[in-house]
Design a protein around this ligand. Sequence first.
Ligand code: ADP
Ligand code: MG
Length: 384
Amino acid sequence: EEMEGVWEKLEKDGGNSSGNSRIMVFVRLRPMWKKEREAGSRSCVRIVNKRDVYLTEFANENDYLRLKRLRGRHFTFDASFPDTSAQKEVYSTTTAELVEAVLQGRNGSVFCNGATGAGKTYTMLGTVENPGVMVLAIKDLFNKIRQRSYDGNHVVHLSYLEVYNETVRDLLSPGRPLVLREDKQGIVAAGLTHYRAYSTDEVMALLQQGNLNRTTEPTRANETSSRSHAILQVAVEYKVKDASNNAVNRVGKLSLIDLAGSERALATDQRTLRSLEGANINKSLLALSSCINALVEGKKHIPYRNSKLTQLLKDSLGGACNTVMIANISPSNLSFGETQNTLHWADRAKEIRTKACDANEEILQLPESETDQAKLLLELQKEN
Ligand code: ADP
Ligand code: MG
């Protein structure tokens, strides 16, 4: 309830009016598993006021003032979700605004980050009984289109892909690896299926099937997809008249990203990072951490080209896009290091500024009257 004001507040802070906006960063704590409790693990995370996250391991649990003074023990985010938060609450606080913007021709991205088992796939895809952000976003999108009786003008297309070991695969139509190409819209996966969707039910089935197509590691068969990144993209296209009465085509794209488990890649310091290099770790996640660092430090050159994932996320990180990051964490003291690592990266991501996000429009018709055409011709000749 109170949490839904975060986006409004950001606009007041000058986020959009200054021409830049920042990445919105959220944290979600998952419940302790029965198995973990039985193995004697204790909770080491406290969420206070739906914003502050405290790591309480090795400290007096309730001494928050002391924790605030210890480095890396206290963090604050746009909102933090305790382990009792419902899927709908997470969706409406983090993503509902983005769906609204997509319907106005703007781009949005949501990505989940965190260690394997921290709740990324639960947050993004969810279960049949408790559908996650991907499903709730599409449901909301179809509802909004219907409510506004948009005269059947809106067309919704879906694509769902995976990046695994620097190979891009189509999850809706598995087959040969896809090649990334740069075109006028940015980086695209050539030959990717763009599935025209008409209803939520159909999409739900499609996503479940797509998820079964995700690569699982042979050695970790019960930990699905811990090294694969999945990107669902929903594109909404429709025609409107602009201020000068031109018919324009508007396209808004929403990208929903379930990242691979970060435990073997996102090291907090350069030394650990280097010692991990050459080891069998996720190149795309390493490249993502380099891009985040370069963006935070305001570097001119951002090394997007270093991996498939960062090429695909270029627009979401440094382009004109509303971007949301959801950091998923486990409560268990056995995951203390991973949790601290995830929170460190989420904290850094708060510093990233993205560009102002205007509607994507393309004029469909040229002026019709003869005088307008003559003027246009003259202008074209002048330009040559
Ligand atoms: P990840 O994708 O980060 O590896 P999962 O989303 O697969 O982790 O979560 C691991 C397990 O924990 C799953 O069985 C999932 O259903 C459960 N789980 C995760 N988050 C929650 C939550 N918020 N509420 C209930 N169960 C959860
Ligand atoms: Mg997962």
